[in-house]
Design a protein around this ligand. Structure first.
Ligand code: ADP
Ligand code: MG
Length: 317
């Protein structure tokens, strides 16, 4: 199967997305930007064996490749519009490609995101690069910079589940409902697109959680030029996670694990307003810290100072 056959069979769908003058097939996609909008561009690459286990189901790989990018769009408070896919494969396996494309379009269709182009090449290992272009009302993108002393720090959903799921996937705990739930948080992360758009109206700063709560919150604080405190007892943990392990281990996954794709943001809005936003977006929002003057992130556990070292997974470390 050559490159053109792969594109035709698996990726060139009748495009349902709006704002496309020319999609797959020409030298470039021709897109029609919305009026009074800024464009947001994100790209994320997944390398087989590094960002996902080689044995992961192809549909899960396709889904994740889109979802991790959607999460960046959610963190900007933007609406995903168009996507391109750069795919490097060692060989063109029909079963793999079929599953991969299914998962990819499943994630894209949840947000009316259209695949408008890409590149297909042969290489030694599977490398998947997805780029998404999104739009947001002019000047309204949420940034990492902007947190102010006195803001509260919030997180959507629960944290630590995906990292625990990946660890279980690799070590092979016996299956149970709790185990399946955690694995699914790794294989099928839910990008918080709706929550991001709603949060944008009140947040001073936001980031999505890909490298672990501690490391990502540190990045937000650094970008904002402020300090922060994090109360470990307030970190939202799922019952599935705490059913399977001691709270200390659950907290380690939550702080340093990564792959959560939840949103962490700061705001000074009233608590009932925050709760309303969570309810309308269909996700719990939990307050777990405070923005302070200065620099750095310190942790407390039930009010007592807690020394936290490990700063999460970093590429090329
Ligand atoms: P070019 O040689 O001009 O770069 P290609 O022959 O590589 O173009 O690709 C032909 C068309 O197919 C282009 O419109 C390109 O965007 C699209 N395309 C290539 N690979 C993919 C892919 N994996 N998914 C979606 N579209 C793709
Ligand atoms: Mg060309």
């Amino acid at each position: 199967m050559d490159e053109f056959e792969i594109i035709r069979r698996y990726f060139a769908r009748e495009s349902s997305g709006e704002g496309i003058r020319v999609g797959i097939g020409d030298d470039g996609a021709v897109l029609i930007p919305s009026r009074d909008c800024d464009l947001i561009s994100v790209v994320d690459t997944l390398v087989s064996g590094i960002h996902f286990p080689e044995t992961l189901a192809p549909a899960d790989i396709g889904y994740r490749a889109v979802a991790v990018n959607l999460s960046d769009i959610a963190a900007m408070g933007a609406r995903p519009r168009w996507m391109t896919l750069a795919l490097t494969l060692a060989n063109a396996e029909p079963v793999w490609l079929d599953g991969f494309a299914r998962g990819l379009f499943e994630a894209a269709d949840e947000h009316a995101l259209a695949l408008v182009g890409g590149d297909t090449t042969r290489g030694e290992q599977t490398v998947i690069s997805v780029q998404i272009i999104a739009d947001v009302d002019t000047g309204k993108a949420m940034l990492r910079a902007g947190a102010q002393p006195g803001d509260a720090i919030y997180v959507t959903g629960t944290v630590g589940d995906a990292a625990a799921g990946l660890s279980i996937l690799q070590s092979g705990l016996p299956r149970s409902d709790d185990v399946d739930y955690l694995i699914r948080q790794f294989t099928r992360p839910a990008a918080r697109i709706e929550a991001g758009a709603a949060i944008a109206s009140i947040a001073h700063a936001a980031i999505d959680l890909s490298d672990g709560l501690y490391a990502d919150l540190e990045k937000l604080l650094l970008a904002s030029g402020v300090a922060g405190s994090l109360e470990l007892a307030d970190i939202p943990l799922s019952s599935q996670l705490t059913n399977l392990m001691h709270e200390d281990d659950a907290l380690r996954f939550a702080l340093a694990g990564g792959d959560d794709y939840e949103l962490c943001f700061t705001a000074s809005a009233a608590e009932d307003k925050i709760a309303d936003i969570g309810e309308s977006a269909g996700v719990a929002i939990t307050r777990l810290g405070q923005v302070l003057e200065g620099s750095g992130l310190k942790c407390t556990r039930n009010g007592d100072e807690y020394d936290y070292q490990d700063a999460g997974y970093r590429h090329f470390n």
